[in-house]
Every structure is written in structure tokens, then in C-alpha cells.
Design a protein. Structure first.
Ligand SMILES: Nc1ncnc2c1ncn2[C@@H]1O[C@H](COP(=O)(O)OP(=O)(O)OP(=O)(O)O)[C@@H](O)[C@H]1O
Ligand SMILES: [Mg+2]
Lengths: 294, 232
């Protein structure tokens, strides 16, 4: 039971981590919280429903379509909701936050319109395949989710630390003006960041669809709030923090169930976060002083 | 090489530059002097494309660059080492240097070796985070990083700020060497005497205007300059 929940926790936690990575990338570079990220994630999940269930096409194609559609949503978000507010005198620093909330409401309504309010099933051909090791049942779908999530995290970490574009993104996250003086086209870099973050949300959407076999237009809000809690826990803008925070939240949520308190599942997770923040207000991997962000 | 013609630059409604014109001939060192708040940094940022002048023009190698962005100007050969150095503190010394060469294509190995030879401390500390260097080391890194872009015109905004006299001497020596190797330099300094000693031409700014300009030799002897900026 504990071992099974551990595996469930890792699966769930790795999905959380990917959602949180989307938040943390955008926060790192732009210093804003993208409140539409949850809804972009939800659109990714719906692309999975459309491809695997409605059209009965293979799951791999669902990934491709979800990535393409959510990347496009990210592009629109940047061009229509964020860029027009950037660098203008007299625009409140809360304006981009409000404008992403507007986009999130719009996207949720759009999903209602296209997909209906109810629950939509997801279709993975291997959802019933499992292996039994002793008393522990492991579903293939969990392994696939975990593998994809880990691959994505390792890939992103490698990209950020070793490639020219990844280093430029980190430079932008630290200091946009300094990065531009070194020759980085910051406009392009910001756009790329929002697009990559959104596409990661889209991938997470498919993974959630695979894991829970149910997709609704409201799922963006819940996941969005959890993603937010995770980056606060891990440290705003920290990539490692998003990964660690996601796993911690996923594991604590499933472990609560082991101890028979499943009714408190969401509450306990957030209580854990509050406790950690009391000890480390800057989050697990956050900078102690905001100095580095100047 | 660079000519700034009657530029006016604003921060919102506040006019920081009222009328600034500066000529930087190829191969020279030109220095801008002036009290705190005179508009020196604003002038540098206007040239580097961080701020856009409302009026006036800036030309570089006979091309109008007035409304270009910093990254385009780096490509054209203008690099600014900003006031405060803007070291990427969460990235290593080596990564900072690599970022300096961001616009370049092809191998940068040779130039990395060259700047590390000039600044041995950077070689020693190459895997250390930029933010953990001392002030003087950070200034060396900032200059080295700008050189990695192979600029034709190097803009330096108060490179000696906050440094011990011995390090300041090093910095001025380095600026002179960089210039002798063929890079044109525009230097903003509070350290007027040393700046005038290595410069060919100088401009004095006061509340957003050029109030005096001439050869560095002349200004070193100028009595009003002596009184206001040379301390006697
Ligand atoms: N971000 C800003 N917003 C509003 N006003 C500014 C801003 N930056 C500078 N100023 C104003 O513009 C004027 C020129 O400032 P600038 O930084 O160019 O001076 P400086 O000559 O570089 O001074 P220092 O020697 O202290 O570096 C000053 O009056 C300053 O108050
Ligand atoms: Mg200044």
C-alpha cells in the first residue's frame, strides 16, 4: 500500500513539477505570475481528449497537437496580453497579472463552449496494462508518465545549463537590461520563454489526462493554484525548486491517503507548504535576498 | 566614428538630457566628466540603445543608429559596460564571458584564452559564480565580458567606481592598452585627473548639457575645470 502510494505520489508529483516549471520560467524572466497557465494546461488536456477519444488517433499525436496548440496559446498570450503592457510608463505592475487572469477566464469559457462543462474521458490504449510485483501493482501508464516527466526535466535542465539559448534565458531571468547589452534580443527571448512554458503546460495536460482519465474545463484552476503553491514552496523563479516542490506536493498528497485522511488531502498539502515557508520564507531554493533579481 | 547630435532624453516627463553633442573619432579615447546627476549615464545609455532620445540623432560609422536596440548595436560593434557592472551573479565567470560573445558565431576559444591571459584572476575563478567576486574582480569581468564581443567602440560608465586606488590604476592602464590595440573608447569618469591623462578629448556635462569640451591636455590646464573637478 505504501509502496503503491509512493509510486502514485511520484507520478502525480512529476506532473505537478512540470506545471510548476511553466510558472517558474515565466516568473524568472518576466517577474510576473501567469494566471492563465492553468487554463493553457487544461487546453493541452482537451487536445488529448480530442485526439485520443473523439478522433481515436494515437496518443503520440496527442502530444504533438497539444504542444503545438498550447505553444500557440502562449504566443497569443505574449503578443496580445503581455507585450502591449510592457515598458509603458504609468502601467501598474499588477496590470500583466490582471491581464493574464482575463485570458484565463476567456480560455475557460472557450473550453466550455467547445467541449461542454462535463467530464471528458481520455483514451490510452495501454491504460489497463499493469505489472504485479509482490503485492504492488504498477500501471504502465504511470511509468510512461514518470519517464516523460523526468525526460522533460532533465532535458530542460541540460538546455538551461549547457546551450547558448538556455544560458541567454538565464541571463534574461537575472537581468533583462544586462542581457540586452550583451547582445541578447530580449523581446525574442521573452516570447520564447512564454511559448516553452506554455508547451510544458500542454504536455502536463496530456499527462494528467492519461493519469486520471478525466478532463474538465475547471481543472485549470485547481492545477493552477497548486502550481502556484509549488513555486512559492520551491522559491519563485527557481527551476530546481519547481521540481522538488512538485514532487513534495505530489508525495504528501498521496501519503495522506495512506494514513486514512484522504478528506484532508488538499488541505494537508497546503499546510505542509505553510510550515516549510515559516522556516524558509524564500522557499526551498529561493534567493535569500531579492538582490540577485535586480 | 560616433557622433551624437543634439540629443534630448527623457525619463517619463523628466528631461535628463537637454542638449548633448559628442564626437568620438576612430581610435581615440574620449572622456565625459560631470558631477553626480549631470546626465553621464543617461548619455551612455542613449548611445547604447537602452534609452531612446526624443530629439536628435546618433550616427555610428556613418549609419543612423538613433532608434536601434542594444542587441543590434552590439552586432554593429558598440558595447557598454554599464554603471554598476551588471554582472550576472547567478552565472559563473566563464558563463559571463561566454554571454559576452553571445552575438558571435564560430569558436570563441582563442578570445577566451586572450582575455584570461589579460585578467589572470578570471581564469583562476572561472567556475566561481559572478556574484561571489570582489568589486574589483567584477569590474575586470565586466570589461573582459564586453571585450568578448570584439567591439569597435567600447563604452565604459565609471569603471573605477568604488575601487581601491591601486585597482583604479590598473583599470586605467587596461583601458589604455585596450585602446592601443585598436578599440575606440568612450569613458565616463568621476576620477577626472586620471581620465584626462589617458584621454584625447573630453566633454564636461552639467545638468544635461555639454558646458565645455576640448582636448584633454587643454582641459587638464583649464582653471575652472581644476577648481570643479580636479580638487584644487
Ligand atoms: N530612472 C530614472 N528615472 C527618473 N529620473 C532619472 C532616472 N535615472 C536618472 N534620472 C535623472 O536623470 C538625471 C541624470 O542622471 P544620470 O544617471 O545620467 O547622472 P550621472 O551623470 O550618471 O550621475 P552619477 O555620477 O551619479 O552616476 C538625474 O537628475 C537623475 O535624477
Ligand atoms: Mg552615472
Amino acid at each position: 500500500m505504501i509502496l503503491e502510494q509512493l509510486i502514485n505520489g511520484l507520478t502525480l508529483g512529476s506532473i505537478y513539477a512540470i506545471v510548476a516549471l511553466g510558472y517558474t520560467l515565466v516568473f524568472g524572466v518576466l517577474g510576473i505570475i501567469n494566471m492563465a497557465h492553468g487554463e493553457i494546461f487544461m487546453f493541452g488536456a482537451f487536445m488529448g481528449v480530442v485526439i485520443t477519444h473523439t478522433l481515436q488517433l494515437p496518443l503520440a499525436l496527442a502530444f504533438v497537437v497539444a504542444i503545438a496548440v498550447t505553444a500557440l496559446l502562449g504566443l497569443f498570450l505574449e503578443l496580445l496580453a503581455l507585450r502591449p503592457l510592457r515598458g509603458k510608463k504609468g502601467v501598474s505592475h499588477l496590470a500583466p497579472l490582471i491581464s493574464t487572469i482575463g485570458v484565463s477566464i476567456f480560455l475557460e469559457n472557450l473550453a466550455h463552449h467547445f467541449f461542454g462543462a462535463g467530464n471528458r474521458p481520455f483514451n490510452t490504449s495501454f491504460s489497463e496494462i499493469s505489472v504485479q510485483i509482490g503485492s504492488v501493482t504498477i500501471y504502465a501508464v504511470q511509468l510512461v508518465i514518470f519517464a516523460i516527466a523526468v525526460l522533460l526535466m532533465v532535458g530542460l535542465s541540460f538546455w538551461l545549463s549547457k546551450t547558448k539559448a538556455g544560458k541567454a534565458l538565464r541571463a534574461c531571468a537575472e537581468n533583462l537590461e544586462a542581457a540586452s547589452l550583451l547582445g541578447v534580443n530580449t523581446k525574442k527571448m521573452i516570447m520564447m520563454t512564454v511559448v516553452i512554458a506554455s508547451a510544458m503546460g500542454g504536455i502536463a495536460g496530456i499527462l494528467v489526462g492519461m493519469a486520471f482519465n478525466s478532463v474538465t474545463p475547471q481543472m485549470g484552476l485547481t492545477m493552477g493554484l497548486k502550481g502556484l503553491a509549488i513555486i512559492i514552496l520551491g522559491g519563485m523563479g527557481s527551476v530546481r525548486g519547481a521540481m522538488a516542490g512538485g514532487l513534495i506536493l505530489g508525495l504528501s498528497e498521496t501519503m495522506i491517503v495512506v494514513f486514512g485522511e484522504s478528506g484532508y488531502r488538499d488541505a494537508i498539502a497546503f499546510i505542509a507548504i505553510i510550515v516549510i515557508l515559516l522556516v524558509r520564507p524564500q522557499g526551498l531554493f529561493g534567493q535569500a535576498a531579492p538582490e540577485a533579481r535586480r | 566614428m560616433l557622433s551624437v547630435n543634439n540629443i534630448q532624453t527623457y525619463y517619463g516627463n523628466i528631461q535628463a538630457l537637454k542638449n548633448v553633442s559628442i564626437e568620438v573619432p576612430q581610435g581615440s579615447i574620449v572622456t565625459i566628466l560631470g558631477a553626480n546627476g549631470a546626465g553621464k549615464t543617461t548619455t551612455m545609455k542613449s548611445i547604447a540603445g537602452v534609452l531612446k532620445p526624443k530629439q536628435g540623432t546618433i550616427t555610428f560609422l556613418d549609419e543612423d543608429i538613433t532608434n536601434k536596440n542594444p542587441d543590434e548595436l552590439v552586432r554593429k560593434g558598440i558595447s557598454l559596460v554599464p554603471e554598476g557592472r551588471a554582472i550576472l551573479s547567478g552565472m559563473t565567470v566563464l558563463e559571463n564571458l561566454e554571454m559576452g560573445a553571445y552575438q558571435r558565431k564560430g569558436s570563441i576559444k582563442q578570445d577566451l584564452d586572450k582575455v584570461m591571459e589579460r585578467f589572470p584572476i578570471l581564469k583562476e575563478r572561472q567556475s566561481q559564480l559572478g556574484g561571489t567576486l570582489s568589486g574589483g574582480q567584477q569590474q575586470m569581468l565586466a570589461i573582459a565580458r564586453a571585450l568578448m564581443a570584439k567591439p569597435k567602440l567600447l563604452l565604459l560608465d565609471e569603471p573605477s567606481m568604488g575601487l581601491a586606488p591601486l585597482i583604479v590604476k590598473d583599470i586605467f592602464q587596461i583601458v589604455k592598452e585596450i585602446n592601443e590595440e585598436g578599440t575606440t573608447v568612450l569613458l565616463v569618469e568621476q576620477n577626472a585627473r586620471q581620465a584626462l591623462k589617458i584621454a584625447d578629448h573630453a566633454y564636461v556635462l552639467e545638468t544635461g548639457r555639454v558646458i565645455k569640451s576640448g582636448s584633454a591636455k587643454e582641459l587638464l590646464k583649464d582653471s575652472s575645470i581644476k577648481e570643479a573637478y580636479l580638487g584644487h
